[in-house]
Design a protein. Structure first.
Length: 380
Protein backbone atom coordinates (compact mmCIF):
# COMPACT_ATOMS: atom_id res chain seq x y z
CA UNK A 1 0.00 0.00 0.00
CA UNK A 2 1.01 3.58 -0.54
CA UNK A 3 -0.67 6.78 0.58
CA UNK A 4 -0.86 10.11 -1.19
CA UNK A 5 -2.53 13.50 -0.87
CA UNK A 6 -5.04 14.11 -3.66
CA UNK A 7 -6.34 17.60 -2.77
CA UNK A 8 -5.14 20.08 -0.16
CA UNK A 9 -5.62 23.84 0.15
CA UNK A 10 -4.85 25.74 3.37
CA UNK A 11 -7.67 28.18 2.58
CA UNK A 12 -10.34 25.47 2.25
CA UNK A 13 -11.90 22.58 4.14
CA UNK A 14 -11.96 19.64 1.67
CA UNK A 15 -13.91 16.48 2.53
CA UNK A 16 -16.38 13.78 1.45
CA UNK A 17 -14.86 12.53 -1.84
CA UNK A 18 -16.57 10.54 -4.58
CA UNK A 19 -14.90 8.86 -7.58
CA UNK A 20 -15.97 7.50 -10.96
CA UNK A 21 -13.89 5.90 -13.69
CA UNK A 22 -14.07 7.48 -17.14
CA UNK A 23 -13.21 6.09 -20.57
CA UNK A 24 -9.58 5.12 -20.94
CA UNK A 25 -9.13 4.60 -17.22
CA UNK A 26 -9.28 8.30 -16.34
CA UNK A 27 -10.80 9.27 -12.98
CA UNK A 28 -13.21 12.01 -11.97
CA UNK A 29 -13.11 13.21 -8.36
CA UNK A 30 -15.84 15.24 -6.68
CA UNK A 31 -15.77 16.54 -3.11
CA UNK A 32 -17.29 19.12 -0.82
CA UNK A 33 -15.28 22.27 -0.16
CA UNK A 34 -15.85 24.99 2.44
CA UNK A 35 -13.83 27.95 3.60
CA UNK A 36 -11.09 27.66 6.22
CA UNK A 37 -10.78 31.14 7.75
CA UNK A 38 -7.85 30.40 10.03
CA UNK A 39 -5.60 32.37 7.68
CA UNK A 40 -7.17 35.53 9.12
CA UNK A 41 -6.33 34.65 12.73
CA UNK A 42 -3.23 35.86 14.54
CA UNK A 43 -0.51 33.24 14.16
CA UNK A 44 -0.51 32.48 17.89
CA UNK A 45 -4.17 31.37 17.73
CA UNK A 46 -4.22 29.24 14.58
CA UNK A 47 -3.14 25.93 16.10
CA UNK A 48 -5.71 26.13 18.91
CA UNK A 49 -8.61 26.97 16.60
CA UNK A 50 -8.80 23.93 14.35
CA UNK A 51 -12.61 23.92 14.34
CA UNK A 52 -12.79 27.36 12.75
CA UNK A 53 -13.02 25.35 9.56
CA UNK A 54 -16.55 24.07 10.04
CA UNK A 55 -18.42 21.24 8.35
CA UNK A 56 -21.22 23.81 8.08
CA UNK A 57 -19.93 26.69 6.01
CA UNK A 58 -22.65 28.87 4.40
CA UNK A 59 -20.60 29.08 1.17
CA UNK A 60 -19.76 25.37 0.91
CA UNK A 61 -19.90 23.91 -2.60
CA UNK A 62 -19.08 20.83 -4.69
CA UNK A 63 -15.80 20.75 -6.62
CA UNK A 64 -15.01 18.42 -9.51
CA UNK A 65 -11.65 17.61 -11.12
CA UNK A 66 -10.11 14.96 -13.33
CA UNK A 67 -7.14 13.11 -11.87
CA UNK A 68 -4.01 12.41 -13.87
CA UNK A 69 -3.78 8.71 -14.71
CA UNK A 70 -0.18 8.37 -13.59
CA UNK A 71 0.19 10.74 -10.62
CA UNK A 72 -3.49 10.67 -9.53
CA UNK A 73 -3.20 14.41 -8.86
CA UNK A 74 -5.64 16.96 -10.31
CA UNK A 75 -4.85 17.59 -13.97
CA UNK A 76 -6.19 21.14 -14.04
CA UNK A 77 -7.91 23.76 -11.93
CA UNK A 78 -10.93 22.64 -9.95
CA UNK A 79 -14.34 23.38 -11.39
CA UNK A 80 -17.26 24.26 -9.13
CA UNK A 81 -20.66 22.69 -9.62
CA UNK A 82 -23.24 25.38 -10.52
CA UNK A 83 -24.55 26.71 -7.22
CA UNK A 84 -27.99 27.59 -5.94
CA UNK A 85 -27.50 31.15 -4.62
CA UNK A 86 -29.80 30.58 -1.66
CA UNK A 87 -28.10 27.55 -0.12
CA UNK A 88 -24.88 25.73 0.72
CA UNK A 89 -24.06 22.28 -0.68
CA UNK A 90 -22.68 19.19 1.04
CA UNK A 91 -21.43 15.70 0.18
CA UNK A 92 -21.43 14.63 -3.49
CA UNK A 93 -22.08 11.04 -4.62
CA UNK A 94 -21.46 10.02 -8.24
CA UNK A 95 -22.53 7.19 -10.52
CA UNK A 96 -21.44 6.61 -14.13
CA UNK A 97 -24.33 4.87 -15.85
CA UNK A 98 -24.13 2.31 -18.63
CA UNK A 99 -24.78 4.98 -21.28
CA UNK A 100 -21.88 7.09 -19.97
CA UNK A 101 -23.94 9.73 -18.17
CA UNK A 102 -22.57 10.85 -14.82
CA UNK A 103 -25.24 11.29 -12.16
CA UNK A 104 -24.19 13.36 -9.14
CA UNK A 105 -26.43 13.51 -6.07
CA UNK A 106 -25.93 15.81 -3.10
CA UNK A 107 -27.93 17.87 -0.63
CA UNK A 108 -28.23 21.50 0.42
CA UNK A 109 -29.01 23.44 3.55
CA UNK A 110 -30.17 26.99 4.15
CA UNK A 111 -28.16 29.09 6.62
CA UNK A 112 -29.73 31.90 8.64
CA UNK A 113 -28.06 35.11 9.73
CA UNK A 114 -27.50 35.53 13.46
CA UNK A 115 -30.24 38.15 13.58
CA UNK A 116 -32.82 35.72 12.21
CA UNK A 117 -31.49 32.51 13.73
CA UNK A 118 -33.22 32.67 17.12
CA UNK A 119 -36.57 33.32 15.47
CA UNK A 120 -36.28 30.25 13.29
CA UNK A 121 -34.59 27.37 15.06
CA UNK A 122 -32.40 26.79 18.12
CA UNK A 123 -28.76 27.41 17.19
CA UNK A 124 -26.39 24.57 16.41
CA UNK A 125 -23.33 25.19 18.55
CA UNK A 126 -19.85 23.80 18.06
CA UNK A 127 -17.63 24.11 21.13
CA UNK A 128 -13.86 23.90 21.23
CA UNK A 129 -12.79 23.49 24.88
CA UNK A 130 -9.22 24.63 24.39
CA UNK A 131 -10.00 27.49 22.03
CA UNK A 132 -9.48 31.12 23.07
CA UNK A 133 -12.31 33.10 24.60
CA UNK A 134 -14.30 32.91 27.81
CA UNK A 135 -16.87 30.40 26.57
CA UNK A 136 -14.88 28.50 23.95
CA UNK A 137 -17.83 28.81 21.56
CA UNK A 138 -16.59 29.79 18.13
CA UNK A 139 -19.42 28.82 15.80
CA UNK A 140 -23.15 29.49 16.17
CA UNK A 141 -25.49 28.87 13.27
CA UNK A 142 -29.09 27.98 12.58
CA UNK A 143 -30.11 26.25 9.39
CA UNK A 144 -32.81 24.11 7.84
CA UNK A 145 -32.55 21.26 5.37
CA UNK A 146 -33.16 22.49 1.82
CA UNK A 147 -33.25 19.10 0.17
CA UNK A 148 -31.39 16.52 -1.88
CA UNK A 149 -30.74 17.22 -5.55
CA UNK A 150 -29.39 15.55 -8.68
CA UNK A 151 -27.36 16.92 -11.59
CA UNK A 152 -26.08 15.05 -14.63
CA UNK A 153 -23.18 15.38 -17.06
CA UNK A 154 -23.23 13.90 -20.58
CA UNK A 155 -19.57 14.75 -21.25
CA UNK A 156 -17.52 13.25 -18.39
CA UNK A 157 -17.90 16.19 -16.03
CA UNK A 158 -17.11 19.07 -18.38
CA UNK A 159 -20.67 20.44 -18.18
CA UNK A 160 -23.58 19.82 -15.83
CA UNK A 161 -27.34 20.08 -16.03
CA UNK A 162 -29.42 22.38 -13.91
CA UNK A 163 -30.00 20.86 -10.49
CA UNK A 164 -33.25 19.06 -9.85
CA UNK A 165 -34.40 18.70 -6.24
CA UNK A 166 -36.03 15.42 -5.31
CA UNK A 167 -39.81 15.47 -4.92
CA UNK A 168 -41.42 15.79 -1.54
CA UNK A 169 -41.34 12.93 0.90
CA UNK A 170 -44.94 11.75 1.28
CA UNK A 171 -46.60 13.51 4.19
CA UNK A 172 -44.25 16.48 4.01
CA UNK A 173 -45.81 19.86 3.36
CA UNK A 174 -44.86 23.52 3.44
CA UNK A 175 -45.59 25.20 6.76
CA UNK A 176 -44.64 28.61 8.13
CA UNK A 177 -40.89 28.75 8.86
CA UNK A 178 -40.39 25.18 7.65
CA UNK A 179 -39.38 24.05 4.14
CA UNK A 180 -40.97 20.87 2.90
CA UNK A 181 -38.67 17.85 2.95
CA UNK A 182 -37.36 17.37 -0.58
CA UNK A 183 -35.65 14.04 -0.02
CA UNK A 184 -33.70 15.02 3.10
CA UNK A 185 -29.94 14.41 2.91
CA UNK A 186 -27.99 12.18 0.52
CA UNK A 187 -24.55 10.63 0.93
CA UNK A 188 -23.72 7.22 -0.45
CA UNK A 189 -23.42 5.25 -3.67
CA UNK A 190 -26.18 5.18 -6.29
CA UNK A 191 -26.86 2.24 -8.60
CA UNK A 192 -28.64 0.96 -11.70
CA UNK A 193 -31.06 -1.86 -10.95
CA UNK A 194 -33.96 -3.32 -12.94
CA UNK A 195 -33.55 -0.64 -15.59
CA UNK A 196 -33.78 2.22 -13.10
CA UNK A 197 -31.43 4.64 -11.41
CA UNK A 198 -31.82 4.28 -7.64
CA UNK A 199 -30.59 6.30 -4.69
CA UNK A 200 -31.25 6.50 -0.98
CA UNK A 201 -31.70 9.57 1.20
CA UNK A 202 -32.18 9.91 4.95
CA UNK A 203 -34.08 12.22 7.29
CA UNK A 204 -36.08 12.10 10.49
CA UNK A 205 -39.14 9.92 10.16
CA UNK A 206 -41.32 7.77 12.39
CA UNK A 207 -40.64 7.86 16.12
CA UNK A 208 -38.33 10.83 15.41
CA UNK A 209 -35.64 8.43 14.24
CA UNK A 210 -33.66 8.84 11.03
CA UNK A 211 -35.04 6.56 8.32
CA UNK A 212 -34.12 6.06 4.66
CA UNK A 213 -36.12 6.87 1.53
CA UNK A 214 -35.68 5.11 -1.79
CA UNK A 215 -35.95 7.24 -4.94
CA UNK A 216 -36.01 5.92 -8.51
CA UNK A 217 -35.82 7.29 -12.05
CA UNK A 218 -36.38 5.64 -15.43
CA UNK A 219 -33.43 7.49 -16.99
CA UNK A 220 -30.25 9.11 -15.61
CA UNK A 221 -31.78 12.53 -16.27
CA UNK A 222 -34.84 11.73 -14.21
CA UNK A 223 -37.30 12.72 -13.04
CA UNK A 224 -36.94 10.86 -9.75
CA UNK A 225 -39.94 9.74 -7.75
CA UNK A 226 -40.32 8.51 -4.18
CA UNK A 227 -40.55 4.70 -4.18
CA UNK A 228 -40.58 3.59 -0.53
CA UNK A 229 -39.50 4.21 3.06
CA UNK A 230 -36.83 2.01 4.63
CA UNK A 231 -36.97 1.75 8.42
CA UNK A 232 -35.13 -1.10 10.18
CA UNK A 233 -37.24 -3.26 12.52
CA UNK A 234 -34.73 -3.29 15.40
CA UNK A 235 -35.86 -2.95 19.01
CA UNK A 236 -34.87 -0.61 20.50
CA UNK A 237 -35.02 1.50 17.34
CA UNK A 238 -31.92 3.13 15.93
CA UNK A 239 -31.08 5.79 13.36
CA UNK A 240 -29.92 4.81 9.87
CA UNK A 241 -27.84 7.43 8.10
CA UNK A 242 -25.68 8.01 5.00
CA UNK A 243 -26.91 4.97 3.06
CA UNK A 244 -25.25 3.37 0.04
CA UNK A 245 -26.91 1.19 -2.59
CA UNK A 246 -25.23 -1.42 -4.78
CA UNK A 247 -26.11 -4.40 -6.96
CA UNK A 248 -24.31 -7.70 -6.39
CA UNK A 249 -23.16 -9.98 -9.21
CA UNK A 250 -26.27 -12.12 -8.68
CA UNK A 251 -28.50 -9.09 -9.25
CA UNK A 252 -29.60 -8.47 -5.66
CA UNK A 253 -30.10 -4.91 -4.45
CA UNK A 254 -28.21 -4.28 -1.23
CA UNK A 255 -27.73 -1.30 1.08
CA UNK A 256 -25.30 -0.22 3.79
CA UNK A 257 -26.02 2.30 6.53
CA UNK A 258 -24.16 4.23 9.17
CA UNK A 259 -26.03 4.17 12.47
CA UNK A 260 -26.62 6.28 15.54
CA UNK A 261 -27.66 4.65 18.77
CA UNK A 262 -25.84 1.38 18.06
CA UNK A 263 -22.24 2.19 19.03
CA UNK A 264 -21.42 3.11 15.40
CA UNK A 265 -22.15 -0.41 14.12
CA UNK A 266 -22.91 -0.90 10.42
CA UNK A 267 -26.37 -1.99 9.27
CA UNK A 268 -26.92 -3.81 5.98
CA UNK A 269 -30.07 -4.80 4.13
CA UNK A 270 -30.94 -6.71 0.97
CA UNK A 271 -34.10 -6.84 -1.10
CA UNK A 272 -35.48 -10.32 -1.74
CA UNK A 273 -37.61 -11.54 -4.65
CA UNK A 274 -40.78 -10.22 -2.98
CA UNK A 275 -39.29 -6.70 -2.73
CA UNK A 276 -39.06 -7.01 1.04
CA UNK A 277 -35.93 -5.88 2.91
CA UNK A 278 -34.02 -8.17 5.26
CA UNK A 279 -31.90 -6.30 7.84
CA UNK A 280 -28.71 -7.13 9.76
CA UNK A 281 -27.00 -5.16 12.53
CA UNK A 282 -23.27 -5.97 12.32
CA UNK A 283 -20.49 -5.88 14.86
CA UNK A 284 -18.29 -4.01 12.35
CA UNK A 285 -18.15 -0.24 12.89
CA UNK A 286 -17.98 2.28 10.06
CA UNK A 287 -18.18 6.04 9.56
CA UNK A 288 -19.74 5.48 7.03
CA UNK A 289 -19.19 2.44 4.78
CA UNK A 290 -19.13 2.45 0.98
CA UNK A 291 -19.26 -0.56 -1.39
CA UNK A 292 -17.32 -1.21 -4.58
CA UNK A 293 -18.36 -4.18 -6.73
CA UNK A 294 -15.13 -5.32 -8.36
CA UNK A 295 -14.80 -6.47 -11.95
CA UNK A 296 -14.51 -10.08 -10.71
CA UNK A 297 -17.86 -9.80 -8.89
CA UNK A 298 -16.58 -9.55 -5.34
CA UNK A 299 -17.52 -6.57 -3.16
CA UNK A 300 -15.05 -4.39 -1.29
CA UNK A 301 -16.51 -2.50 1.67
CA UNK A 302 -14.42 0.43 2.94
CA UNK A 303 -15.16 2.59 5.95
CA UNK A 304 -13.71 5.23 8.21
CA UNK A 305 -12.82 4.09 11.71
CA UNK A 306 -13.25 6.74 14.41
CA UNK A 307 -12.11 4.65 17.35
CA UNK A 308 -8.46 4.49 18.42
CA UNK A 309 -6.38 3.91 16.40
CA UNK A 310 -8.15 6.20 13.93
CA UNK A 311 -7.99 5.32 10.26
CA UNK A 312 -9.52 3.58 7.26
CA UNK A 313 -10.50 -0.09 7.13
CA UNK A 314 -11.92 -2.57 4.61
CA UNK A 315 -13.52 -5.98 4.23
CA UNK A 316 -13.84 -8.08 1.06
CA UNK A 317 -16.97 -10.15 0.42
CA UNK A 318 -16.14 -13.04 -1.90
CA UNK A 319 -19.80 -14.03 -2.17
CA UNK A 320 -22.83 -11.72 -2.15
CA UNK A 321 -24.45 -13.64 0.70
CA UNK A 322 -21.45 -13.40 3.04
CA UNK A 323 -21.94 -11.67 6.36
CA UNK A 324 -19.69 -8.65 6.81
CA UNK A 325 -18.69 -9.89 10.27
CA UNK A 326 -17.50 -13.24 8.91
CA UNK A 327 -14.69 -11.88 6.74
CA UNK A 328 -11.36 -10.42 7.93
CA UNK A 329 -11.00 -6.72 8.59
CA UNK A 330 -8.05 -5.10 6.81
CA UNK A 331 -6.45 -1.93 8.15
CA UNK A 332 -5.51 0.52 5.40
CA UNK A 333 -4.60 3.33 7.81
CA UNK A 334 -4.30 3.45 11.60
CA UNK A 335 -2.12 6.55 11.86
CA UNK A 336 -4.61 9.41 11.52
CA UNK A 337 -4.47 11.99 14.32
CA UNK A 338 -8.16 12.73 15.02
CA UNK A 339 -11.65 11.25 14.75
CA UNK A 340 -12.57 13.80 12.07
CA UNK A 341 -11.78 11.45 9.19
CA UNK A 342 -13.34 8.90 6.86
CA UNK A 343 -16.07 8.81 4.20
CA UNK A 344 -14.00 6.59 1.86
CA UNK A 345 -14.89 6.01 -1.78
CA UNK A 346 -13.12 3.38 -3.91
CA UNK A 347 -12.50 2.79 -7.60
CA UNK A 348 -10.64 0.12 -9.56
CA UNK A 349 -7.49 1.13 -11.41
CA UNK A 350 -5.58 -0.92 -13.94
CA UNK A 351 -3.63 -4.07 -13.01
CA UNK A 352 -5.91 -5.02 -10.08
CA UNK A 353 -5.05 -1.89 -8.11
CA UNK A 354 -7.66 0.01 -6.12
CA UNK A 355 -7.68 3.67 -5.13
CA UNK A 356 -9.48 4.44 -1.87
CA UNK A 357 -10.10 8.17 -1.38
CA UNK A 358 -11.16 9.68 1.96
CA UNK A 359 -10.74 12.84 3.97
CA UNK A 360 -8.47 13.41 6.94
CA UNK A 361 -7.85 16.17 9.44
CA UNK A 362 -4.16 16.88 9.85
CA UNK A 363 -2.51 17.76 13.15
CA UNK A 364 -2.79 21.46 12.36
CA UNK A 365 -6.52 21.16 11.61
CA UNK A 366 -6.43 21.20 7.80
CA UNK A 367 -9.03 18.96 6.15
CA UNK A 368 -7.80 17.40 2.92
CA UNK A 369 -8.51 14.52 0.54
CA UNK A 370 -6.03 11.66 0.75
CA UNK A 371 -5.89 8.30 -0.98
CA UNK A 372 -4.51 4.83 -0.50
CA UNK A 373 -3.51 2.63 -3.44
CA UNK A 374 -3.63 -1.06 -2.75
CA UNK A 375 -3.94 -4.32 -4.66
CA UNK A 376 -7.02 -6.51 -4.46
CA UNK A 377 -4.67 -9.43 -3.71
CA UNK A 378 -3.96 -7.78 -0.35
CA UNK A 379 -7.51 -8.61 0.74
CA UNK A 380 -7.51 -12.23 -0.38
Amino acid sequence: MRHLTLVEDPRFHCAFPSLVRLDGGRLLLAFRRGRDPRWALPAALRKSATAWASHWDPRSHVCVTELDQKTLLPRSDLSILPMDPEVADQDPSMLRTRDGTIVLASFSWYPFTSAAAHAVLPPSVTEVPDSPGASGIIHIMSYISWGAFVVTSPDEGRSWSKRSYLPLIPGSSDEPRVRAIHGGAQRGSLCEHDGKIKLLTYCRGGRERFVAHLYEAETPRGPFHHASVMEPPFDPPLDVLEPSLYVTRDGLLRALFRTSGADDRIVSAYMDATAEWTWTLHDAKGHPSTPLVLSDGRTLITYGYRHAPFGIRARLLNEPSQNLDDVPEHILRDDLPTTDIGYPWSVELDDSEILVAYYVTTKDGTRRIEGTITDVVAFS
